[in-house]
Design a protein around this ligand. Sequence first.
Ligand code: SAM
Ligand code: SF4
Ligand code: SF4
Length: 353
Amino acid sequence: MPATESAALPWETFTMPEPIPLRDTHHRPLRDLRISVTDRCNFRCVYCMPKEKFGFDHPFLPHNQVLTFEEITRLARIFVSHGVQKIRLTGGEPLVRRDLPVLVGMLSQIPNLDLTMTTNASLLARSARALKDAGLKRVSISLDSLDDAVFKAMNDVDFPVAKVLEGMEAAQKVGLEPIKVNMVVKRGLNESSILPMARFFREKGYILRFIEYMDVGSTNGWRMDDVVSAREIVNIINAELPLEPLDPNYKGEVAERWRYKDGSGEIGVIASVTQPFCRDCNRARLSAEGKLYTCLFAIKGYDLKSMLRAGASDEEISQTIAHLWSRRSDRYSELRSENTINLPKVEMSHIGG
Ligand code: SAM
Ligand code: SF4
Ligand code: SF4
């Protein structure tokens, strides 16, 4: 057999080199993108959108200032080309955005993407099937108590626990799993709900993650005294249901993992205040109006929507993202102090958690 028949030709063995991954000034890659699809919400959680600041006359974004599904998808593809592997849809409440499954369908066409959503689940029962069919992989559901009085005091719109559980069940039924449940703990409001929540979700087999109350935005009147630390939370549970630490699933995982010693499941604690994890932070955030934020506590975002609407090419937008990420030096939580608390910051409902 002539040598040429078996020997591979140079271009046959050549594989496209992987794009050089972006790194910021602390050598952190860009892996995770949170996309806020709306700044509106049907809840008024006291730690996120307090009623006094987000009243009926609040100037939410006009619809023409919110990114269209096509614009979001175009940006998402560019982010993926820079190494993003996971996209989380968030808000505001993502399910108040009309036709969200259409966006999910568009994003799910992007290969090798882990597509998830964080929601208060108030509207999930009616859209779980459509979201799953459109390609959503799983959901994280926020729920701060199983006690109606406590939950209503936290969501501040009189929303009952049972409706959230209904949404959760619908998600489970259609296979939007594994379901994670997020509980923000604020001192004086819901510490008494920590154990009942742990027991309930251990029984159900869902991973419950406790989130330390954070000083996001400048409307929630945050005080360090209101933070129930991850350590305190673990101690409360451990006293009744013994726990042992677990290794992280992957580098950069924000939740510290613990498992019940009897093997009945695990919990997570997100200690962004008392044990910051900026060192491995690989997340970018795209606001509903198309601004790129490289930190949850950023003062300013970069206006990608204007570039899109001025006719910039994918290449130009891609270079801008690369430029912004390569100059990123954010590590707010590591630098948090009395002096940083009152700095102006973007609201959580604008860029999602
Ligand atoms: N509306 C959806 C929801 O509540 O799941 C998605 C957006 S919400 C801003 C995303 C997450 O941020 C929720 O789990 C919420 O509990 C959390 N969050 C909001 N404000 C917070 C704060 N001040 N400290 C800690 N977590 C907060
Ligand atoms: Fe709405 Fe979520 Fe903020 Fe609560 S935490 S007000 S549900 S955006
Ligand atoms: Fe990432 Fe900023 Fe949070 Fe640090 S403070 S973990 S850099 S989002």
